[in-house]
Design a protein around this ligand. Structure first.
Ligand code: KG4
Ligand code: ZN
Length: 384
């Protein structure tokens, strides 16, 4: 609660500060005149220029689209959280405050554009950390107010779902989207740019969270998925029969918290001593296989049930080499295509917010400047 209050205070001060600063500093951000709200009715067209901002967790990111062309996607990752073994929300929001102005400026410079070229702004509204979301949302509102631009508030998960369209326009509706990261694990049936529904979600830990917690109890670094992926390459995935939770369950829900307990029990009761190098590799390979097998099995079953030929995977866990290989192998065997965006568009980034924000603006969707952020995790908000 105290964190939340501080973050709100931060953002209120920041918003006023930003507005005064940007309004008085027209040279740096572009146009020479203050024309508050003058532009707000402009129609967004196929050729319009869009600035997108993302700050829901520990990445500060800004992107620019000119028409459908992505001109820049600047991502500033808050690496300092690794020393704490996880994200510290209060520090995350303060780092966003410090970095957002420079990130937006760099995105403009990289794309060869000025604020005066921008026709609209898309920004992440939810879900995420309260203190992080308010920084991006209020920065976007400040710019929209200053430059008289329409703004569209975007759901972060929708950003992930449609992220494959940044690089590929060949994906066929309806498709299945598996969104797997440190904060979310869900399956979506996607019928169009406006219609999608969650058909399954984790009941406890997200897949990335499971990788992180298992890595932590094995004494590996954060984020854990990267370390487990690396060590698993030299381990035996069949060495230990860790549980495949809800594999045979008829739902498309997931549960990963039991796996973490199984790994802990195995280390304490079966090994009775810290694992040696080969045992560690085998534990990593076996735990990874348990997570990946459930993800792949449920995704393919959902694709079959919903008659979706194409499958999109996004979120940080989409980097996992075993998940990519096993899903591709089994999907191709069934005649399905798998689309996994480049890593810069898989992990949190503003390009994905711009990609779906642009579709919304083209369909006439705009948000009032009074929109509020929506906190909370995907688990709570995207139950089918
Ligand atoms: O999307 P992301 O950067 O941040 C959010 O959680 O929103 O995802 C980070 C998560 C972490 O849990 C991390 O352990 C996991 O993605 N991750 C991986 C790999 N690389 C990152 N998990 C499995 N294998 C990987 N190679
Ligand atoms: Zn995300």
């Amino acid at each position: 609660m105290e964190h939340f209050r501080l973050a709100i205070y931060d953002s209120a001060v920041f918003f006023v500060f930003l507005y005064l600063r940007v309004a008085g500093e027209s040279g740096r951000f572009g146009s020479a005149h203050i024309h508050i709200l003058s532009n707000i009715m402009t129609t967004f067209t196929q050729d319009s220029t869009l600035l997108a901002i993302e700050s829901s967790c520990d990445e500060t990111s800004a992107a620019l689209f000119v028409g459908a062309e992505l001109r820049s996607n600047i991502i500033s990752s808050q690496m300092f959280h690794t020393t704490f073994g996880g994200i510290v929300p209060e520090l995350a929001s303060r780092a966003h405050v410090q970095g957002i102005s420079a990130v937006v400026r760099e995105a403009l410079q990289t794309s060869g554009l000025a604020m005066s070229d921008v026709d609209a702004i898309a920004v992440t509204q939810r879900p995420g950390l309260a203190g992080s979301l308010v920084v991006g949302a209020n920065f976007a509102k400040g710019l929209a107010l200053r430059y008289g631009l329409p703004i569209v508030a975007v759901d972060h998960i929708e950003g992930h779902i449609y992220s494959a369209f940044i690089e590929n326009h060949d994906i066929a509706f309806p498709f299945l989207a598996l969104i797997v990261s440190g904060g979310h694990t869900s399956l979506f049936h996607v019928e169009s740019f406006e219609r999608y529904s969650a058909i399954g979600s984790t009941r406890d830990d997200a897949a990335g969270e499971a990788f992180d917690k298992i890595a932590k109890l094995l004494g590996l670094g954060y984020p854990g998925g990267i370390h487990i992926d690396r060590l698993a390459k030299e381990g035996n995935p069949s060495a230990i029969a860790f549980p495949r939770s809800m594999l045979r369950d008829d739902s498309f829900d997931f549960s990963f918290s039991g796996l973490k307990t199984a790994v802990r029990t195995y280390c304490q009761k079966t090994l009775q001593h810290p694992p040696n190098d080969q045992q560690l590799r085998d534990i990593c390979a076996s735990a990874q296989e348990a997570i990946v097998e459930v993800l792949v099995h449920k995704t393919l079953r959902a694709a079959e049930r919903h008659q979706a030929r194409d499958i999109v995977v996004a979120g940080g866990v989409a980097a996992n080499s075993r998940l990519r290989a096993l899903l591709r192998e089994r999907a191709e065997h069934q005649g399905r295509r798998v689309f996994i965006p480049a890593m810069a568009y898989c992990t949190d980034n503003a390009a994905m917010i711009g990609c779906i924000g642009r579709e919304k603006l083209l369909h006439g969707t705009k948000s009032p400047l009074t929109f509020t952020i929506g906190v909370g995790s995907l688990r709570a908000q995207y139950r089918p």
